[in-house]
Each structure stands twice: as structure tokens, then as C-alpha cells.
Design a protein around this ligand. Structure first.
Ligand code: COA
Length: 248
């Protein structure tokens, strides 16, 4: 259990809520570890029928904690926790439903590419400034985004760093629906509960068929991670992280 990630059970739902509002839900190594453990434990628990991922009002997540990135960039260790989380996400055996309001940067955008249903509010902007930070896409997004969005929209998102507002994300097929911020949590729970009430074995098989084989996505996560680790130690990335840290 980690205070910055709240895990709770709501009937057959396991709710994972990012809870670091003072840092716009930037995700630390400990937070990735807590989320990975929750996904694995929820998958192993027969009482859990569906995973739910939520953030805070105004900030789903500002992405990976840039202080953690800078620590790696300047010689420290790191990266295993995020990798474990991405694998847990890509391999999740039960449906994933997410809800997003406001900021959704980096992995705050790409993790929804592994979700089965995502709701977002009109104030949401999905953005992935990987290249601006001297980095490369992660979470299998370099494979999934072009499949969902087509090459040009995926390139604009992942390489140009051009954000997508919620309505654009919906029109592009990246999310399921746009809902009012006051209705977000309840709408997410309602969708997840509808899934949780389905015959679980039929739903599991249907989900596996719809998602298709996971090997290619898991392989791409590994391939991206190799580049990502090398890029974290590049001058381009170090300069970008230091600029963020010293911007105020
Ligand atoms: N890592 C670490 N801390 C972060 C962070 C991140 N990714 N994103 C935000 N924070 C911190 C800020 O440093 C600030 O902390 P402080 O109050 O101690 O100075 C606090 O969260 C609030 O952020 P702030 O920048 O003041 O909020 P904002 O509403 O003006 O801007 C963002 C929000 C998300 C646009 C801006 O914080 C940002 O660009 N963050 C970096 C996003 C990013 O590049 N993530 C990595 C993607 S791979």
C-alpha cells in the first residue's frame, strides 16, 4: 500500500486511484510498484471481476515523475517498476476501465491504450511529449497508437507531441466516451459494474479475442524500454529534465 496510490474494493471492482494531487499525480517508482502489485493481486482474486483506474479531478496524471527520470539521467538506477507495471497492464486478465479528467501526460495517456473502456471529461488533454524530452514512446504506444489512430494522427501525438482533447480522442477511437466531470467516477463505476455482471468466462474469451495476441505488444514494450533506458542517459533528455526542474 502506498499513500499516493489508493486501492479499494467496490463489490467486484478493484479501484486503483492515483492520489498525489500536489504533484499532479506524477508517478513515482513506488506508485508503479503499487499499481503493478494491485493488478497482479486483482487478477488472482476470484472476487475481482474488473479493474478500474482513476486519477484526481483536474489531473489524471502528469506522467512519470521527472525527478525520478533525472535521477536515472544522472547515474542512478530505476526503470524496473515502470516496466513491471507495463507488463502487468499488458497482461491483465480482467477488463480495465479508466476515467480521466484534465492532465494526462506521457504514461498518463499511454496506459489507457491498454484499457478496454476509457471515459474522459471535456477538460481532458491527452499528450505525450516524449520526443521533446529527448525520449521515445513507451507502453507499447508506438505499436498500439498507429493501429488505433492511423500513422499520421499517431505520429502527431507521439512524435510531434500534439495533444488530443477528449472529443478528438473519442473521434479517433482512443477513448469510449466523454462525460461531465461531476459524473465521471459514477459513469466509470457503472460501466465497470456492467462488465463485472457478465458471465466471466464468456467475457474473458471475448476480451482475449478482441484484444488479439499480446506477444507483439509485450515485445514492443521491451524494445521501447531498451531505447528509453538509453535515452534517459542522453544529453538531450538530461537537458530537458533539468530545464523542467529549474523552471520556477
Ligand atoms: N514530475 C515531477 N513533478 C511534477 C511533474 C512530473 N512529471 N508534473 C508536475 N509536477 C509537479 C511540479 O513540479 C509542481 O511541483 P511544486 O509545486 O513542488 O513546484 C506540481 O507538480 C504542480 O505542477 P505545475 O507545473 O505547477 O502545474 P501546472 O498546472 O502549471 O502544469 C503540467 C501541469 C502537467 C502541464 C506541468 O506540470 C508539466 O508539464 N509537467 C511535466 C509533464 C511531463 O513532461 N511528464 C513526463 C512525460 S514522459
Amino acid at each position: 500500500m502506498n499513500d499516493h496510490v489508493r486501492i479499494e474494493r467496490r463489490g467486484a471492482l478493484q479501484v486503483i486511484r492515483l492520489n498525489r494531487p500536489e504533484k499532479k499525480n506524477a508517478i513515482t517508482r513506488a506508485m508503479y510498484a503499487a499499481m503493478a502489485a494491485a493488478l497482479t493481486a486483482g487478477d488472482a482474486d476470484d472476487g475481482v471481476r474488473c479493474h478500474v483506474i482513476l486519477g484526481q479531478r483536474g489531473a489524471f496524471s502528469a506522467g512519470n515523475d521527472l525527478a525520478d527520470f533525472l535521477a536515472v539521467a544522472t547515474g542512478g538506477e530505476g526503470g524496473q517498476e515502470v516496466y513491471d507495471f507495463l507488463l502487468a497492464l499488458a497482461k491483465a486478465a480482467k477488463p480495465l476501465v479508466s476515467g480521466v479528467d484534465g492532465i494526462a501526460v506521457g504514461i498518463g495517456t499511454t496506459m489507457h491504450m491498454h484499457c478496454d473502456l476509457t471515459l474522459a471529461t471535456p477538460a481532458t488533454v491527452f499528450s505525450t511529449p516524449f520526443v521533446d524530452l529527448g525520449l521515445v514512446p513507451e507502453a507499447g504506444s508506438s505499436l498500439i497508437a498507429p493501429m488505433v489512430l492511423g500513422h499520421q494522427r499517431a505520429f502527431a501525438l507521439l512524435a510531434l507531441g500534439q495533444g488530443l482533447v477528449a472529443e478528438e480522442a473519442k473521434a479517433a477511437g482512443l477513448i469510449h466516451a466523454v462525460v461531465d466531470p461531476d459524473a465521471l467516477d459514477d459513469a466509470v463505476y457503472e460501466l465497470a459494474e456492467r462488465l463485472a455482471a457478465k458471465p466471466p468466462e464468456a467475457l474473458r474469451i471475448a476480451r482475449d479475442l478482441i484484444r488479439g495476441p499480446r506477444e507483439a505488444i509485450i515485445a514492443r514494450i521491451g524494445e521501447e524500454a531498451e531505447h528509453f533506458r538509453a535515452r534517459l542517459k542522453s544529453d538531450e533528455a538530461r537537458t530537458a529534465f533539468m530545464a523542467f526542474m529549474s523552471r520556477k
